[in-house]
Design a protein around this ligand. Structure first.
Ligand code: NAD
Ligand code: DAU
Length: 346
């Protein structure tokens, strides 16, 4: 998807997992100027953008999307904005949710207000399939009711609704994307796939919540970035676009695949106490974005194998992320979980 029609694109949260992959993708597709605005929370990492340091047209600004003056300065001269900035981890939202409301709701509002006064031609609000809540059968369509069941998902649903209200009320050219579980290089090791891979590489087990039969639809980050670029270039203002990959797998199956890819046995999988309110399944109908010409390209088995190799080859990137404050978080989230079955920690 060629991206040459914009003068300057603002990418908020561009130092995170999907955002940094997206900035790289934008330049590959011919983007002229890209400004990244990122607060650099625990999840933001300037190292994710290190290869772009000398890229002509690239500028990084450290700042908070909930800070109107930082947003106004970063948005100056931009004709498009893609909002990736968010608190994103469900387990953290269950431990402490205030930052989720501040960034995902209030921060989104600041971006919308500023965009209204700046006059951008496209505003893409990057959201999630979690806003529909658990879908035990069938697939969610964009018109389905939102039934978020954890504080993270509720804060994202609030951001979606605010964004769509700015289109209905003021004609702001907003589009909302609702992507499925994304995986690939540069994902923070708190999330299931990178946590599983890096735990095994450290000699620890994979903690599978409950029975491990919960299903997620795994979307490679490059397919997700391509989809967002399609919406940016071809989407219709006021519309919502689901983005799924059709790669539904139970968590236990994903854990088994990772163990095999690292040449280990299932003794390295531990069942632990479930996540409270754990959604059993998400599934979206992606026919609307497919009608724009997008389709996922990366098969899950190939994408997973490539991702495992990436984490094996980039210990320098993730080892520091699993130290310090992350160790405290790990203790809070996993320390109280009872081991239900499986191999033991070493
Ligand atoms: P991430 O946690 O890896 O990155 C989030 C980024 O936002 C970080 O760089 C962080 O520093 C930045 N940030 C957080 N608060 C900020 C603030 N107040 N101001 C400025 N920057 C701030 O997240 P991700 O997995 O890359 O997700 C990106 C977006 O995609 C999120 O909006 C998320 O809801 C959505 N999404 C993620 C997935 C997934 O599976 N990862 C799937 C669908 C949708
Ligand atoms: O569906 C899109 C969403 O996917 C995004 O909006 C979120 O930002 C992203 O974090 C992700 O949410 P999940 O809760 O689905 O992802 P997570 O990687 O935390 O968990 C994936 C599945 O694995 C889920 O069923 C919970 C389970 N799990 C997770 C962890 C961290 C485990 O069994 N053990 C774990 O240690």
């Amino acid at each position: 998807m060629e991206i040459t029609g914009f003068r300057r694109i603002l990418v908020t949260g561009g130092a995170g997992f999907i955002g940094s992959n997206f900035v790289r993708y934008l330049f590959e597709q011919g983007a002229h100027e890209v400004v990244v605005l990122d607060k650099l929370t625990y999840a933001g990492n300037i190292a994710n953008l290190a290869d772009l340091a000398d890229q002509p047209g690239f500028r990084f600004v450290q700042g908070d999307i909930a800070d109107p003056s930082a947003v106004a300065a970063a948005m100056d001269g931009c004709d498009a904005i893609i909002n990736f900035a968010a608190e994103t981890h469900v387990d953290r939202s269950l431990l402490e949710s205030a930052a989720f409301i501040r960034t995902n709701v209030h921060g989104t509002h600041v971006l919308l207000e500023t965009a209204l006064h700046t006059g951008v031609s496209r505003f893409v609000q990057v959201s999630t399939d979690e806003v529909y809540g658990e879908v035990l059968a069938g697939r969610s369509r964009e018109s389905d009711p939102l039934r978020p069941r954890n504080p993270y998902a509720a804060s994202k649903a609030s951001g979606d609704l605010l964004a769509l209200a700015y289109h209905a009320s003021y004609g702001l050219p907003v589009m909302v994307t609702r992507g499925a579980n994304t995986y690939g290089p540069y994902q923070h090791p708190e999330k299931f796939i990178p946590l599983s891979v890096t735990n095994l590489l450290e000699g620890r087990s994979i903690p599978v919540y409950g029975d491990g039969r919960q299903q997620r639809d795994w979307l490679h980050v490059r397919d997700h970035c391509r989809a967002i670029a399609f919406v940016l270039a071809r989407g219709e203002p006021g519309q919502v676009y689901n983005i799924g990959a059709g790669n539904h797998r139970p968590n236990l199956e994903v854990a088994r695949a990772i163990v095999r890819l690292l040449g280990l046995t299932e003794e390295w999988i531990q069942h632990v106490t479930d996540r409270p309110g754990h959604d059993r399944r998400y599934a979206v109908d992606s026919s609307r974005i497919e009608s724009l010409g997008w389709a996922p390209e990366i098969p899950f088995e190939a994408g997973l194998a490539e991702t495992v190799r990436w984490y094996e080859a980039h210990r320098d990137w993730w080892v520091p992320l699993k130290a310090g404050q992350f160790a405290d978080y790990y203790h809070r989230n996993y320390g109280s979980r009872v081991v239900l079955s499986g191999g033991s920690e070493t």
